[in-house]
Design a binder for this molecule. Sequence first.
Ligand code: FEO
Ligand code: CA
Ligand code: CA
Length: 757
Amino acid sequence: MNKPLDLARIPVDHDDIDTNDSPNEHFSAVVQARMSRRSLLRGGAASAATALFGAVSLSACGGSDNDNVATSPNPPTGNTPATPPAEKLLGFTAVSKSLADAVVVPAGYTATVLYALGDPLTANTPAFKNDGTDGDWENRAGDHHDGMEFFALSATNGPATTVNDRGVLAMNHEATTDEKLSSFFVHANGGTMSLPRPAAEVDKEMALHGLSTVEVRKNGSKWEYLKDSALNRRVHQQTEIEIAGPARGNALMVTKYSTNGTKTRGTLNNCGTGKTPWNTYLSGEENWSGYFNRSATDDAARGNDKSVAALKRYGRNQGDASRHGWETGGAEDRFQRWNNSRKGTSLDGSDDYRNEMNAMGYIVEMDPYDKTKAIKKRTALGRFAHESAAFGKPVAGQPLAVYMGDDSRNEYIYKYVSNAAWATADANPADRIATGDKYLDNGKLYVAKFNADGSGQWIELSVTNSAIAGYAGYKFADQADVVVNARLAADAVGATKMDRPEWCSVNPANGEIYFSLTNNSNRRVEPSGSSQAAPDAANPRAYTDQKGTATQAGNVNGHILRVKEGAAGSTALGFTWDVYLFGAEAKAAAASINLSGLSEDQDFSSPDGLAFSAATGICWIQTDDGAYTDVTNCMMLAGLPGQVGDGKKVTLSYPRANGAANLALDTYVGKAATPDTLKRFLVGPVGSEITGIAETPDGKALFVNIQHPGEGTAAANVGDPSKYTSQWPSNAGYGAGKRPRSATIVITKNDGGRIGT
Ligand code: FEO
Ligand code: CA
Ligand code: CA
């Protein structure tokens, strides 16, 4: 929320932000209408893991599209039977909900810590002491590991499609565990809790945000990362990055650092990811606006020009304090850039950082194989709180589509369509970033409107659209202004306000696009104020849930929506949709909340990370939850979905105040979950979110990120490990010190099989 930072209060949830008070019509106005079989895995030591081949179903392959039995093309090595057995997807025993301070995976699987906060990325960087005294942060793993992709390495360190024992992991380091300004686990005494911040603390915190690439390999049966690989890289807040696409060189991008508006420094609050068909890494910048400060008198300093409306729409009112107070680190430019106020006398912003926020909020492209290539912000894909970027299945001769969500309460779902048609030769180009220029700098940006009858439209965000050109809320100067202020353009065309769109992913079996809608505390049957929205067909739930003595309201547990494009495929302007799964507690009312019929082995809350395996087709679902954490830590589930329309229409009925007739609301629910189609696979340590997922091409090694274990620890207790809410991964035998650390784990199957079988 857009209140000045109150240094006395408990930190807000930086992931849960609401800045959309546009008067867009909400849909309602249109619609009247188990411990004994699991392993507690601590580091490399798997306890009680019983690898039983007998546990693998030998049932034969069927012929339907939704068959959950597949024959492995890569049978397990070792004591391989003469005839490879068929494997059963989701053949593992479901993991029970857990409050243990450990990563729990099914019997027969092993999870090993691979790469954690602070791990050195050069031969000369000292081992991580994990006591707050470590330096050289620009050469260490960053904090809050998030989205991640695996890039297999050929013998010459180029892309490979069949190498399964060597690759580069590229990942996001989204944020850092903070309380009252300081990232307390990385400073010796917990750091400063008041302004101004010391330069040394700010430099450390700026360095641990951004991206990393790290070479990993399988050494015998064990995965390890290489601290001295030439492919290791850190991208942080001092890294120069190019502005690409329509906003490059635009007046909105002019700063003291880049007076011609073509470059910036750093990529910030990187959350979800994507992988291009030409083997580069895409990273989404999410809650970046909270890092900027605006003076209490900045509206007047700007002459109350239109930039005030834009800043407000993106979460920065005048007087808003920054999350960490980085702008107070000193007079140097690297600190002052976090003050987004107008301070200079120039008319174009070339003497201050009044436009600095316009350079954050994009999909960023990096070549993980080549450090000499520029990193680029692809402005054509719009500026908002990005999560993942998922490509539709490329079709030769057709434009490429990229699907994206804007994760704040009541924000929107977007699609970008390239002007260039896909040429299969571009799958393996000589210059990958130049290929990105071709497909990602010129195209059309659309926003989604979901209709009550299960259909929907993609509405183009073009400055020539009369609703945008004539929008009363903001005067767009040109197409660059439209992509930089995509939220305002989407308001103008009446896009559907969604329940916090997180990751999206495309089902390789049929091309349908899945979107996590994590939760929405501002969904109400009787909305109050401009920030709340009534339920609609695509965001149909508004209910209350108890967490201990607290009552939670809104769409408490989130849902996963899916979209089937029309016949035109990537360029379709119309689609159909339904809800794949509704998150819920298993015990919740089946008619109104647990609409997907989740059992105790399947129930989850707040879906966030979501990715289909290219190897097995499994839909991996990861949670970042605060609603069900009295019962279980965050988790990862494996799903085998069907298709849009495989379920039924459901009518929800909501009582209304003042004797008004009930609100009757139709929605479309996918086929109910069964034990063969949805199972809990992993539960994480205390305080952690499960996020980021990548796999080797054969699907036999799965990389997962454990973000912010120990969240909820009071900063004052940084010196007393007994008061940490988590001591993972040190309690898993990984690394020095007991301070909790975000980390990448690698999951393997003890019989050498594919993950999720
Ligand atoms: Fe960084 Fe919306 O999760
Ligand atoms: Ca509850
Ligand atoms: Ca997320």
